[in-house]
Design a protein around this ligand. Structure first.
Ligand SMILES: Cc1cc2nc3c(=O)[nH]c(=O)nc-3n(C[C@H](O)[C@H](O)[C@H](O)COP(=O)(O)O)c2cc1C
Length: 258
């Protein structure tokens, strides 16, 4: 069973690829979190978790969901992350979580994906997205083969700063930065309600047709990136910036006759 969390589509692409190669099913952790449901897995296939890297770790909401997961049958658990460039010591944190829920940690693998991160350098153009996804395919194939052959993943970041990034810097980001208090809505808003519907944290409510943000944002940036009118911005940060949502895996493959 493949459990994925995705704000801007990269990790969903990876999860759908693996489901296709492994003949397995996907479960959206966005939906589980939104509906306040737990993971109670009874599948025969290994459990695969896939999530983006947020500040050199899995997103806090995803770590918290996995910490409460019940994995009842196949205890082999793989962890995959999508990121722009750095994942720090994510593997160490995930190994500890795996131990705490008494499953077999089958390792960590990272994939470099198109840049959709509004605070992280230049957002990928459609051409760059195309190139990066094409370059990711060989590693995705290898990941699928390792799972099929019951082999562990072994990606590691051995740079000295990695501990600091996944530790103190990660904590500081959640404490001082992660919030929707500077999100603003322009008069381009058409009250379609897409933002409210997709927010995994139930942090958006439409009031008189306009999105109002609560205090439970996790910075997946799904609302900003997927708004059909680019009507949501972070004050002073995202105005005029390109938005990039990763293409749907199946549509992408069909377009390439793959
Ligand atoms: C809040 C936040 C923090 C991020 N931190 C990192 C990071 O530390 N390292 C990195 O390489 N990418 C980082 N990124 C980029 C994402 O990991 C990357 O775009 C990921 O593939 C997004 O997955 P998604 O499209 O499935 O949401 C960050 C993105 C967000 C939204």
């Amino acid at each position: 069973m493949i459990y994925y969390f995705s704000g801007t589509g990269n990790t969903k692409f990876v999860a759908d690829f693996l489901a296709d190669r492994l003949g397995d099913e996907v479960v959206s952790m966005n939906t589980l979190i939104k509906e306040k449901k737990m993971i109670d897995d009874r599948s025969r296939t290994p459990v695969i978790f896939a999530a983006p890297i947020y500040a050199w770790r899995y997103p806090l909401v995803v770590e918290n969901l996995i910490k409460k997961a019940k994995i009842n049958r196949n205890k082999n658990v793989y962890f995959i992350a999508t990121c722009e460039s750095q994942y720090g010591k994510t593997d160490i944190y995930l190994k500890k979580i795996a131990e705490s829920i008494s499953v077999n940690y089958m390792g960590f693998a990272a994939l470099y994906m198109p840049n959709n991160y509004l605070f992280g350098g230049k957002i990928s153009t459609p051409e760059q997205t195309e190139q990066i996804l094409t370059e990711a395919l060989p590693k995705l194939e290898k990941i699928a083969k390792r799972i099929q052959n019951n082999k562990k993943f072994c990606d590691k970041d051995n740079t000295p700063a990695a501990f600091l990034m996944s530790g103190a810097i990660n904590t500081a980001m959640y404490k001082f930065m992660v919030s929707s208090k500077n999100f603003k809505v322009s008069d381009q808003c058409i009250s379609c309600g897409k933002c409210e519907k997709i927010c995994p944290m139930n942090n958006i409510k439409l009031v008189k047709g306009q999105p109002v943000f609560g205090e439970n944002c996790t910075w997946c940036f799904g609302c900003i990136t997927r708004c059909p009118k680019k009507a949501i911005d972070i004050k002073g940060k995202t105005e005029g910036k390109r938005r990039n949502v990763c293409p749907d895996y199946k549509a992408w493959m069909i377009k390439r006759n793959m």
